[in-house]
Design a protein around this ligand. Structure first.
Ligand code: PMP
Length: 372
């Protein structure tokens, strides 16, 4: 074994002493910690993927379609059908997970000497990808109920003049959706301050009580909506994220994307999944109901619950001995893995199957009884 540590290597100074993204992948009966969809892909879709991939395999001696035209066309069709706004393939770009989409955006619009702002607590990868791309990170404020305080956020944008503004709706880990008026106000503030790129991360929007804010793209060339097939499509293992924006934004990210970044196997699999959109979105309806049930039951047990528009629920508050982390451990001792995102006093649970959610709710109830 080598005893060389990372810090012994000649790595970039800003990476020294830092930790990688690391949700624990523990082998426990009920895993409700990474906002995955609990339903395996339906068998007819598995068959269709096998067919499409078999076809793609015959051409694997060649590089894949670099521009992923067929896939972008189908993603545009999905967005136009469900997002309340007509989108063309020229407005859509796809990559290996929306994390890669965000990375490409920061490589294009952020980078050394530039900054990005997010309103925290929010999705931790926004700041981690900023760091990885040499983009300075500014942590913007939220209200105590985790909504965005428009006035304070506008002020933070005006003062810091960031190059990229992240708005996550529904937000992770809190579940909070952002109203259109807030997005519009922050877009205007960002244009007045710089102008800068505004990234609206809608990874969980299919679970929302409200609509996608895709129609806001009209007439706003510096707005980007990012999406993923990891959540609503139940395909986290596929690694397929995408964005919708002005075609010029799509052209701009071509400057940094690696050639042939999206494998032929990925493109074939995603196309098969898109053929089964209606079945997959059926699971979303069930998950929304389960999400609302978790909210109700936690509330009845006396916990505070943040209003959720996502496939997860933030609950608390755990301020006693050991705080949220101690509660996380007690729930884990009952065989259920939830997420401690480091938001003081709060934990997050992903909506699973009805059985998994029962196991979670029973675990919380038992922990509560043990404490009383
Ligand atoms: N955005 C948000 C808000 C997320 O929570 C996640 C995944 N947890 C992502 C983006 C990235 O998802 P993926 O890379 O799987 O598309």
């Amino acid at each position: 074994m080598s005893d060389v540590r990372i810090d012994d290597l000649p790595i970039r100074d800003e990476l020294r002493g830092k930790s990688p993204y690391g949700a624990p992948q523990l082998d426990v009966p009920v895993r409700l910690n990474t906002n995955e969809n609990p339903y395996p892909l339906p068998e007819p879709l598995v068959e269709r993927i096998a067919e499409r991939v078999r076809e793609a395999a015959r051409g694997l001696n060649r590089y894949p379609d670099r521009d992923a035209v067929e896939l972008r066309t189908e993603l545009a069709r999905y967005l136009s059908r469900t997002g309340g706004h007509q989108v063309t393939a020229a407005q859509v770009w796809a990559a290996n997970g929306s994390n890669e989409v965000i990375q490409q955006l920061l490589q294009t619009f952020g980078g050394p000497g530039r900054t990005a702002i997010g309103f925290e607590p929010s999705y931790s990868m926004h700041s981690l990808i900023a760091r990885g791309t040499g983009t300075g990170w500014i942590s913007g404020p939220r209200n105590d109920d985790f909504t965005i305080n428009t006035e304070l956020a506008e002020k933070a944008i005006a003062e810091n003049r960031p190059d990229v503004v992240f708005i996550t709706s529904p937000n992770n880990p809190t579940g909070t959706a952002v109203p259109a008026e807030t997005v519009l106000a922050l877009y205007d503030a960002a244009q007045a301050a710089k102008p800068s790129l505004v990234v609206l991360d809608e990874a969980y929007v299919e679970f929302s009580h409200g609509d996608s804010l895709l129609p806001l793209l009209e007439g706003r060339p510096n707005l980007v909506v990012s999406r993923t097939m990891s959540k609503a499509f139940g395909a986290a293992g596929l690694r397929l994220g995408y964005l919708a924006a002005d075609p010029a934004v799509v052209d701009a990210v071509q400057l940094v994307r690696l050639p042939y970044h999206l494998s032929a196997v990925t493109q074939a699999t995603a196309l098969a999944a898109l053929e089964h959109t209606d079945t997959l979105l059926g699971y979303v309806q069930q998950l929304k109901q389960e999400r609302d049930r978790i909210v109700r039951e936690l509330w009845t047990m006396g916990y505070e619950v943040t209003a959720s528009d996502a496939n997860f629920v933030q609950f608390g508050r755990f301020e006693g001995e050991g705080g949220a982390h101690a509660m996380w451990q007690r729930i884990l001792d009952h065989g259920v893995l939830v997420r401690d995102n480091g938001v003081p006093g709060w934990l997050r649970v992903t909506a699973g199957t009805p059985e998994e959610n029962d196991a979670f709710l029973d675990a919380v109830r038992e922990v509560k009884n043990e404490q009383e």
